[in-house]
Write a protein that binds this ligand. Structure first.
Ligand code: SF4
Length: 268
């Protein structure tokens, strides 16, 4: 059974317990899973969202259970203006504080000095470096004081997500619990939920964007085209992931990333 450590009020599961839970919760609906998560982890669980449709369904469901639910986002510094406007709308609608995690200024400065501000267009390893500095490293800071995080991931979004469970240990981020209540939902079910609950959508959906992330790396696609094809469209045979939800070890960018971090923090 999960251990609650009194001095830190931490709730920790091991792989075996998490596996049992995943089986028990697999046929539960998203609000039931959210209720369990909020009850189990209290203030040590937070929703991670980039304010796309899936994340907004999760936020709306969780807010109906606990209007003080914790929410966080990563602001890469390259988001479209429409996202900032929409975040303010969301903040007002739900009246929840949103923790915003930014990249380390010095790391961005060093990265841009070495490779330019639009380094992602030059080569896949540089794109992955940018994603690590601007997304993955701020995410790690956000997760550092949590026992669990909640995402809007779905199995049908992309091949790398096909095997996610509704609850799983996140070994990429120190072994906290990762909760994916929408794992077995389809995009249609998400849209139905948002319509039924009158949740406003990010304005870029109306302009043909199937997914929304940083402005220079996301674009609209033709109706019916693969949703992920709007991301990093200039890359061939590269992972359509940024590393926030699965660790990317390509051997191609890690060395440069280490050099940037070392220079940024005076380790060379
Ligand atoms: S999506 Fe593009 S701009 Fe955003 S962090 Fe990744 S490479 Fe950088």
């Amino acid at each position: 059974m999960a251990i609650a450590l009194p001095q830190e009020r931490r709730v920790v599961y091991d792989d075996f317990e998490a596996g049992q839970l995943a089986v028990e919760l697999d046929d539960k609906e998203p609000p039931e899973i959210l209720a369990w998560a909020l009850e189990t982890f209290g203030r040590r669980v937070s929703i991670c969202t980039s304010f796309q449709a899936d994340g907004m369904a999760i936020l709306d469901m969780a807010w109906r259970i606990d209007p003080q639910v914790r929410v966080f986002t990563v602001d890469t510094g390259r988001l479209p203006q429409e996202t900032y406007t929409y975040v303010d709308e969301v903040r007002q609608r739900y009246n929840v504080p949103i923790d915003v995690y930014l990249p380390d200024t010095r790391e961005v400065e060093v990265m841009v000095k070495r490779h330019g501000v639009n380094l992602f267009y030059q080569a896949v390893p540089l794109r992955l470096t940018c994603c690590d500095v601007r997304k993955v490293r701020p995410l790690r800071r956000a997760l550092a004081d949590l026992d669990a995080w909640i995402t809007g991931l779905r199995r049908d979004q992309w091949a790398s997500r096909a095997n996610i469970r509704k609850v799983e240990i996140d070994h990429d981020h120190g072994g906290l619990m990762k909760i994916n209540p929408l794992a077995d939902w389809t995009e249609e079910e998400v849209q139905d939920y948002l319509r039924e609950h009158d949740v406003p959508l990010h304005p870029l959906y109306a302009q043909g964007y199937p997914t929304i992330s940083c402005a220079p790396c996301t674009r609209p696609v033709a109706p019916g085209a693969d949703a992920r094809s709007g991301r990093w469209w200039w890359e061939i045979n590269a992972p359509k992931e940024c590393g926030m939800h699965c660790s990317l070890e390509t051997g191609g960018f890690e060395h440069e990333l280490e050099a940037i971090i070392g220079e940024a923090h005076g380790e060379q």
